[in-house]
Structures are given as structure tokens and as C-alpha cells.
Design a protein around this ligand. Structure first.
Ligand code: HSE
Length: 309
């Protein structure tokens, strides 16, 4: 085999209280990574509508970092060229994770490694150090497995997957703000009060129970008010107003999407129109002086090989 291309979707990490643990793959954007045997070492090319600002030096790119770790454990007889086709991702939608997930899934097939999806997660998570400064596994686990995941970054990484409710939609407002994951992580407290921990555990349990029962309204109520959201809200002017507008337009609840600046609202498709919710959130941002783009999505499948020859 000479060439393998894999596709992986965007994801909403944390879902409020599952900081660095919960994530949901969403079909609002996807990345494709094509790996071609040839040349020496590892080279990267980045293209597509989301390519602007994505580093092309392998040591600074999530694909380069993930593949370097994979190749140090599973050396290749030949060099590899990676062509990364970036979709219309944005801050808070796990774009760097989608690329890393697609890359390790493609490499697994091209090199005939036969690794399980769970075994690929730590490699892709290591790739996240290039963009976030920390190897968090939530986004990459969702991008690799699809649907809703609980990713436990133990050794070995454990991933529990639950099928998302059928009527679940996400309304997203993507403010035009520069906010790197690294910066958003620096805003987090090193320690949290016991009361915050207890509330976080209660809400995280409620999130899992709501997904297991298929109760979108309960899911929406449970995602709000996490310690990470409180610590980061000031980085996203208009955040509180956008969440309030989402609820008034019929959303069950709203929170930051991952590290932000994207804001996500949980919508029960049988109760409200996700497009109207997203538009209402963008309108709230506009009133706060921030331009934002509205998008809607639903849970997406996991990464898969789309071409191999
Ligand atoms: N769990 C990570 C964070 C997600 O909140 O920093 C980053 O996309």
C-alpha cells in the first residue's frame, strides 16, 4: 500500500463539567489526512479552507507530533508525506484533534499496524501538546471513536463510548476572537474548592445519565456552570449574553465548546430549531460588539479510512 487517506470530525470537548474527559464528535467540520509513502522522514503540507495559521513544521503541528510518536514506537521502512486538508474548523471545535485523529488512523492502515482505536488515542493525544501545551485526550477520543466519549487518560487510556440521543442538535456561535487553547488553559485555576468539585461530579454524572437515557433537555441543564467555564468566560466577551439568548430561543442549556471561543447550545430537535438558536447567540455577540458565525451540527461518526491504494 502506498497511500491512505482518513477523515475525522470536529468535536465539542468538556460538555461543561467533563473537563479534559468528555467530548462529542460533531459534523460541523472535518479534516482529511492523506499519508503517502516516499521521501525521507516526515514532511507536511497543509491546505483547505481552515489552513490559515496552521503550522507546517512537523514539530509544531499536531499531525507531525502524533505521527513522530507513533513512528518512534512503530518505525516505517520509508519516509512519509502527509497532506492535511483542513475543514472549516475553529477555536473550540477540536480542529487540531481532528487532524491528529485522522493521521493516526491513516498511519495504522498504511503501516499495517493493526492497533485498536483505543491504542491510537494516546498518540493523537500526544499531538495535542503542539497546540494546547498538554496531551489532553478528550477531543481526539471523540474524533477517533465518534459519538460521545468519556476518555480517561490513564495508562493505558480508557475510552467509554455512549450513543448520543437521536434528537440531539448543537447550535454553535463562533465568535471572531483570537483565543488559543494554550491561553485558555492558562486561565484555569490550579486548584478548585471542594464545593466546585462536588458540583462538578454531580453534573458530570447527570450528563452521562442524560445521554444514556436519551434525555436532551436534562443534558442541556447539566452542561452549565462548570469551573472551567467560569474561569474562561472573561476571555469571550458576550459569552453570558449568548448563553442567555440560546435559552430564550429554546435551547436546553449552553456552555463553552471546549476551550472556546466557540459557544455551544444543546438543542432538542423536537422542541426548538437549532438554526434559530445559533442565530440568536450570534445576535447576542453582535450586541456585545463581537462578530460571530452561526453553525448547527449533530453527533458525528468516528474517524475512518476513505481511500487506500
Ligand atoms: N479539554 C480541553 C480544554 C479541550 O478545555 O482545555 C480543548 O479543546
Amino acid at each position: 500500500m502506498r497511500l491512505v487517506c482518513a477523515r475525522a470530525y470536529a468535536s465539542i470537548a468538556n460538555l461543561g463539567h467533563g473537563f479534559d474527559v468528555f467530548a462529542m464528535a460533531v459534523n460541523v467540520a472535518c479534516d482529511e489526512v492523506t499519508l503517502i509513502r516516499g521521501g525521507r522522514g516526515l514532511s507536511l503540507r497543509v491546505e483547505g479552507e481552515g489552513a490559515r495559521g496552521v503550522p507546517t513544521r512537523p514539530r509544531r503541528n499536531t499531525v507531525g507530533v502524533a505521527l513522530a510518536r507513533l513512528l518512534s514506537d512503530h518505525p516505517s521502512r520509508t519516509g512519509l508525506r502527509a497532506r492535511i486538508l483542513k475543514g472549516r474548523g475553529s477555536g473550540g471545535l477540536g480542529s487540531s484533534a481532528a487532524s491528529a485523529a485522522a493521521a493516526v488512523v491513516a498511519a495504522n492502515r498504511l503501516l499495517g499496524l493493526g492497533l485498536s482505536r483505543a491504542a491510537l488515542v494516546p498518540y493523537a493525544a500526544h499531538g495535542e501538546t503542539a497546540s494546547a501545551g498538554a496531551a489532553h485526550a478528550d477531543n481526539v477520543a471523540a474524533a477517533i471513536f465518534g459519538g460521545f466519549v468519556i476518555a480517561e487518560k490513564a495508562d493505558p487510556t480508557r475510552v467509554t463510548r455512549l450513543a448520543p440521543p437521536a434528537g440531539l442538535r448543537f447550535a454553535l456561535a463562533i465568535p471572531r476572537l483570537e483565543l488559543t487553547t494554550r491561553r485558555a488553559r492558562q486561565a484555569l485555576p490550579r486548584c478548585i474548592p471542594l464545593a466546585d468539585h462536588a458540583q462538578g461530579c454531580a453534573r458530570a454524572g447527570a450528563i452521562v445519565a442524560a445521554i444514556a437515557r436519551g434525555d436532551v433537555r436534562a443534558l442541556g441543564r447539566a452542561v452549565e456552570g462548570s469551573f472551567a467555564e467560569r474561569a474562561r468566560a472573561h476571555l469571550v466577551p458576550g459569552f453570558a449574553a449568548a448563553c442567555e439568548s440560546a435559552r430564550r430561543a429554546g435551547a436546553a442549556g449552553a456552555s463553552l465548546s471546549g476551550a472556546g471561543p466557540a459557544v455551544m447550545a444543546v438543542v432538542d430537535a423536537s422542541h426548538a430549531d437549532a438554526r434559530a438558536v445559533a442565530t440568536a447567540m450570534c445576535e447576542a455577540f453582535r450586541r456585545a460588539g463581537v462578530t460571530a458565525e452561526a453553525r448547527v451540527g449533530r453527533p458525528a461518526p468516528g474517524a475512518r479510512v476513505i481511500e487506500a491504494r
